[in-house]
Design a protein around this ligand. Structure first.
Ligand code: FES
Length: 77
């Protein structure tokens, strides 16, 4: 298993597990109180962004996910 695993949940959040840190745009680190797993909102409805608070269920967020190959990255100029 990779040091960090992110699982995209059907109709729900991004579940992140392992060794990670979460930064705000200024580079400041969120204090995670020792958590090694948490969920990040991808529905846009959480009142506690960037973390999931379960609002996706009440809002009826629907997005089924299946792993796929991405195209190669564009060359940097
Ligand atoms: S994914 Fe759970 S509140 Fe947005």
């Amino acid at each position: 298993m990779a040091a960090t695993r992110i699982t995209v949940k059907d109709n729900g959040p991004l579940r992140i597990e392992g060794d990670f840190e979460i930064l705000d745009p200024s580079g400041a680190t969120f204090g995670l109180a020792g958590r090694t797993a948490l969920s990040l909102c991808r529905c846009g409805h959480s009142a506690n962004k960037p973390f999931c608070d379960g609002a996706h269920k009440a809002k009826g967020f629907v997005d089924q996910v299946q792993a796929r190959e991405l195209p190669p990255p564009k060359p940097q100029v």
